[in-house]
Design a protein around this ligand. Structure first.
Ligand SMILES: Cc1cc2nc3c(=O)[nH]c(=O)nc-3n(C[C@H](O)[C@H](O)[C@H](O)COP(=O)(O)O)c2cc1C
Length: 207
């Protein structure tokens, strides 16, 4: 077992890995990812993060179909404007990877869906109380995957149709899905993520 990279190396090379090989991921590793997720914080330590890890071909196909529907709409609407920190060529590469993921999502060995379980049904998932509790767990999964040499990416578009996703995953009324991470062995290499220079983002003492 190669030595795990250090935390900062993991964080700085944890890019969205969308091109994933179909080779299966051992169950122990998938549980390790969920456990890393569970070690993130939740408000009042309620620990209401739950995971649905989809390996079944038919359910993956149904989720891939959802993703395709909303990615297609997003792509059609997105004017692909160049951002100051993200040049056109890089945006084009990102779109190509998004399309690759859309075409192959059903072949990716595991789709990990981060959910929250509430005491009561939530009227609106987007505003569901404490919805943010899922995100530290998601980031822990992404970092843990990177540390273990697995590729993953956070996705949300395929979860837009709440009713459809609940049906596919058999979620109880009190459970909401927040993020779908396709996980497996990456086809490419873990490159450095490019982010804004820190001094462009920090204000000392007040804005
Ligand atoms: C809340 C959230 C939602 C996202 N939704 C999607 C998505 O639906 N589909 C997708 O391909 N990527 C999605 N992403 C991934 C981002 O596009 C990606 O993290 C960003 O472009 C940075 O990529 P990099 O880490 O490779 O630089 C999402 C990321 C976040 C944080």
């Amino acid at each position: 077992m190669p030595e795990e990279p250090g935390l900062f190396e993991v964080m700085y090379t944890c890019r969205a890995m969308r091109r994933i090989k179909p080779d299966p991921v051992p169950e122990e590793l998938l549980l390790k990812l969920a456990d890393a997720g569970n070690h993130g914080p939740t408000g009042s330590n309620v620990q209401n993060v739950r995971w649905v890890i989809v390996r079944d071909a038919e359910r993956k196909r149904l989720l891939a179909e959802q993703n395709r529907k909303y990615i297609t709409a997003y792509m059609a609407a997105d004017p692909v404007v160049e951002l100051p920190h993200h040049p056109q060529a890089k945006r084009d590469r990102m779109r190509e990877a998004v399309v690759w993921q859309m075409e192959h999502m059903h072949e990716i060995p595991a789709l990990i869906i981060a959910c929250l379980e509430f005491a009561e049904p939530q009227a609106d998932a987007a505003r569901a109380g404490g919805g943010g509790y899922a995100w530290p767990a998601v980031q822990n999964v992404l970092l843990a995957a990177r540390a273990l040499g697995l590729g993953a990416a956070p996705t949300t578009l395929g979860l837009r149709d709440r009713a459809a996703v609940k049906e596919i995953l058999g979620l109880p009324e009190t459970v909401e899905a927040y993020c779908l991470m396709p996980v497996g062995y990456p086809m490419g290499n873990f490159g450095p993520v490019t982010r804004l220079p820190v001094r462009d983002t920090v204000h000392w003492d007040r804005w």
